[in-house]
Design a protein around this ligand. Sequence first.
Ligand code: HEM
Length: 413
Amino acid sequence: MASEITQQFNPMAPEQLEDPYPLYARMRRELPVFHSSMFDLWVVSRYSDIAEVEKDPSRFSSAGALDARSEPHPEVLRVLQQGYAKFVSLVQSDPPDHTRTRAVFGKALSAHRIAAMEPEIRATADALIDGFIQEGRADLIQQFAYALPGYLICDLLGVPRSDMEQLKRWSDEKTLLMSATAPLEQQVQAAHGFIAMQRYFIEKLEERSKSPREDLLTLLVPQSMGGSAPLSHQEAVCNAMDLMAAGHETTTGLIGNGMGLLFRHPEQFQALRVAPELLPNAIEEMLRMEAPIVGFFRTVTTDTQLGGVSIPKGARLFILYASGNRDETQFSEPERFDIHRADAKKHLAFGKGIHFCVGAPLAKLEGRIAFEHLLRRLPNLRLHTDEAIVRRPYFMLRGFEHLPITWDLSAEG
Ligand code: HEM
């Protein structure tokens, strides 16, 4: 029943964290666009409706997409006012600001720059594997999938890898602040982290304006500071901050979710061992089957219709890529993992339209290299069944916190 679906929808419920896909299938069939009163969100589950939203930024705005729904508590605000209280970044902007900012990122993450990172990505993957290969077992997430993209974002920005943990903590505090549901004490602490992260990047941008380098931070230095970016100071700082969240745990999710799929489909795992050249398509299929970002937000700018449902101006949408990716009108046998699927690339895991993930080429390259090295160097790689698999309890992100793996020690590669 339709009303049952609206009440059942709760991405944080343990059974939906584990396997949300049967509910998504029912949503697409019975109630493709509905209002969830629990989250005050309009949930959009069909591929065609998600694509319609993504292609029309004037009707479906991204401005403030990740902002908290309520005003910050005065104590939190007092801390935030020590810096930029409002967060402005690429993913949360509409044209023309979006167009102006996207041009900076296009340069910073150009195909040429990304391709040049390949040796560094390979060396990082190898060094991480060297760190645990003699043990015969590891936690794939904590010892590999978390560090690889984290280090590479640091390299890309041009900050020391030793700052990764601190940057990640601040980035998590920024996320916590945006949900505004944590106890006040934690929110105040997170606000301090948010300001500390701003100060960190302000300092780095000042350093780069004096001595430019070959890094992304240099490309973000605004014209007002003598740099080349047509960005305000606030936009430069916020965009630098956002990269940590955008490019880190999303890729961790790809590696962990992808490995989880291979463990559940040993025949396809074997096909990849024999023919690693199948990896690029396998990665598209992993992204289709288990989108690391489950969905994203938009705000409706005018009273409108979507999927035959009337939605009022000001409503907030949650567009569920993870459901669109299994839409039976788009993919044949959508629940089947098939690394040979010819149209896997059509997935929505990187979004669509003007906000299509600007880091997708880097994420895919990291993913391909990660799997190549893990498969080549860890013989008979398999799930370590003595230890627990733990999922991360997040609303928007899908992935593992712990994924124990083991392999044969005899033939080190
Ligand atoms: C598998 C890994 C990744 C996934 C699944 C992913 C997913 C996404 C999605 C779904 C969007 C669109 C959001 C929307 O429609 O509003 C997006 C945008 C974005 N992503 Fe990624 N991403 C990944 C990796 C990365 C990496 C490695 C970087 C940076 C190096 C990055 C930077 C960005 C940025 C800056 C945007 C905003 C683009 C815009 O608004 O124009 N992402 N990503």
